[in-house]
Design a protein around this ligand. Structure first.
Ligand SMILES: [Mg+2]
Length: 173
């Protein structure tokens, strides 16, 4: 079986923006993200982005915009990311979806596709719904402070300052 690190996008890989991000000019990759990605990759983790993109359902941007941001991210990370799942839905605008976090279908699909061991895999996220989605799939979680920095009493397994600190934690556990 394989092991993976699931990565939320906004607030973990790039600066979170409450008004959504879909233009490359506003897609600011957070400090030390490429280094963190490289370390995890070298340690044998499959890297999988799992992101809610309900701005698509709201008509703010398109799937093509999301893919453009992903292509840019890959360019900065030397193509080290293995997969990219996004949930375009929003219950108020189009439909409910089990892919949308805090539901966990994106994670479950990736577990099946990449033959992942849940106990050897991780999720790094910045919001409550990332943590809940991972927990539904019995994946260990690290919550980072680079995004929403929610003050909710999240039941995350660990906290880290940013993705780089999270990657150090993963490599040392
Ligand atoms: Mg986020």
């Amino acid at each position: 079986m394989n092991k993976a690190v699931f990565l939320d996008r906004d607030g973990v890989l790039n600066e979170d923006n409450p008004n959504y991000v879909w233009e490359i000019e506003k897609f600011k990759i957070l400090p030390r993200v490429p280094e963190a990605i490289r370390l995890l990759k070298e340690a044998g983790y499959i890297l999988i982005v799992v992101t809610n993109q309900s701005g698509i359902a709201k008509g703010l941007y398109t799937e093509a915009d999301v893919l453009k941001c992903y292509a840019y991210l890959q360019e900065v990370c030397d193509g080290a990311i293995d997969a990219h799942y996004f949930a375009p839905y929003h219950p108020k605008y189009d439909s409910e979806s089990l892919t949308r976090k805090p539901d966990s279908l994106m994670i479950e699909k990736a577990i099946a596709k990449y033959n992942l061991s849940r106990q050897d895999s991780w999720l790094v996220g910045d919001s409550e719904r990332d943590i809940i989605a991972a927990q539904k799939q019995q994946i260990r979680t690290i919550k980072v402070r680079t995004g929403k920095n929610e003050t909710l009493p999240t039941q995350t397994d660990f906290w880290a300052e940013d993705l780089y600190a999270a990657s150090q934690m993963i490599l040392n556990l």
